[in-house]
Design a protein around this ligand. Structure first.
Ligand SMILES: [Zn+2]
Ligand SMILES: [Zn+2]
Length: 401
């Protein structure tokens, strides 16, 4: 069964589906040697974005508990003007990001909704992996302050770099220092629809989220008259009702139904309800938020989407909301256009290599001190003779001495 039919079945975008039903999946194939004129899946790297279009890819939609099938929160926003943003980069999400085969130089702007690891745990993967894979410049991270300085994003990133000091120092010596830098833009978590980023026609705003303590925020990206809102983790807030108004897409968290928190997630009954409906949003509450905000499309994430849970989840939402809905899972892709929003699944390789971008990696800094001491170097077994054939062929191929 192709995906858009599924979407229609679960109450998706009526207008898109109506047109689509006439064409059939992939459009009409008119010759046995021809190709389908339309695609009902997204193959990364094969479709140019229209100048007035946004593509959103769910690179993580799950929970803190690790699972191969669903990484933790991460959404990639690609705009028709060429800008790309990561909203959260939760544990496990980097493998999905990499499978999109986007040059690392285009993946340097990360907005973090809050500092739970399921929302920024794979920053390490982007930071170090991107460093080895040809990123030429630093990363930039935007994230909220906390109620105390040691609870804010600036503290987190500074200590992230200290924690990974060995990694950083050795990569600086072996590759180049620049791509290992992280510029932090910490903003006030108390800002109410405050602008935290404005560049190249793109505005990102933030407002407080209510989740586990002070600090978490919800984010809105505005560009070309479009508005994409990302809730981060939160229980429903009045701020979202007000500031998500006119959203094209409202990506809002929802936990599994309370009973499924107990049945599948092994939560004690007291905590299952508190976690689902207390410091997160449970499906009927998600539906209520959507019924008030009425976005063009509601996207539900932050739950494990599987046979055991999705019917309860769906029934929970439909108690309170009957509008357009995507029940997200990893690698779901949305093309946001003026007249339609198309939901598809990305089909991406498990074995993707990093794709080079237009930038040239900077040369190693000759003044950067070696991280070896004589003690370690003395132990080296000299295999230069054994490597001679390989070295000579390599040097000849690349015109090195
Ligand atoms: Zn959280
Ligand atoms: Zn979370």
């Amino acid at each position: 069964m192709h995906h858009r039919t599924t979407l229609a079945f679960i109450g998706g975008i009526a207008s898109t589906v109506a047109v689509f039903a006439l064409l059939g999946a992939g459009g009409k194939v008119t010759s046995p040697t021809g190709t389908a004129p339309d695609r009902y899946v997204y193959y990364p790297g094969t479709e140019a974005l229209e100048a007035d279009e946004i593509r959103i890819t769910a690179c993580g939609t799950g929970l803190p508990a690790a699972r191969r099938g669903q990484a933790a929160s991460c959404f990639l926003l690609e705009l028709g003007n060429g800008d790309k943003f990561l909203f959260d980069i939760g544990t496990g999400s980097m493998a999905n990001i990499a499978s999109m085969m986007i040059p690392m130089d285009f993946l340097t702007k990360i907005f973090i909704s809050h500092l739970h690891t399921d929302h920024w745990g794979d920053l390490a993967g982007l930071w170090a992996g991107g460093w080895t894979a040809g990123r030429t410049g630093p990363l930039e991270v935007w994230g909220p302050s906390g109620a105390r300085p040691d609870m804010g994003t600036k503290h987190a990133i500074e200590h992230f770099l200290q924690t990974y000091n060995w990694d950083s120092m050795t990569r600086q010596a072996m590759i180049s220092p620049v791509p290992g830098k992280i510029t932090v833009h910490e903003f006030d978590y108390k800002g109410e629809n405050e602008v935290i980023y404005q560049e190249n026609g793109v505005t990102v705003r933030s407002w407080p989220a209510i989740h586990a303590g002070d600090g978490p925020v919800s984010l809105a990206l505005e560009w070309n008259g479009y508005k994409i809102v990302y809730s981060g983790d939160t229980t429903p807030t009045k701020w979202t009702l007000e500031y998500a108004k006119d959203a094209d897409v409202l990506i809002h968290e929802s936990m599994p139904m309370p009973g499924d928190m107990v049945k599948f997630y092994n939560q004690p009954p007291e905590r299952g309800l508190r976690a689902s409906c207390g410091f997160h949003t449970c499906p009927p509450a998600f539906g209520k938020v959507m019924s008030v905000v009425k976005p063009r499309l509601a996207v539900m994430f932050h739950w494990f989407n599987e046979e055991g849970t999705r019917y309860n989840q769906y029934d929970g939402v439909r108690q309170t909301y009957d509008g357009p809905l995507s029940m997200a899972t990893d690698m779901m892709v949305w093309n946001v256009r003026r007249d339609e929003i198309i939901e598809r699944m990305a089909v991406s390789p498990d074995d993707a290599w990093d794709v080079p971008g237009p930038g040239r990696p900077s040369a190693p800094d000759p003044d950067f001190p070696s991280q070896y001491t004589e003690f370690t170097l003395k132990g080296r077994f000299d295999t230069t003779e054994a490597e001679k054939k390989t070295r000579d062929a390599y040097n000849e191929m690349y015109g090195l001495q």
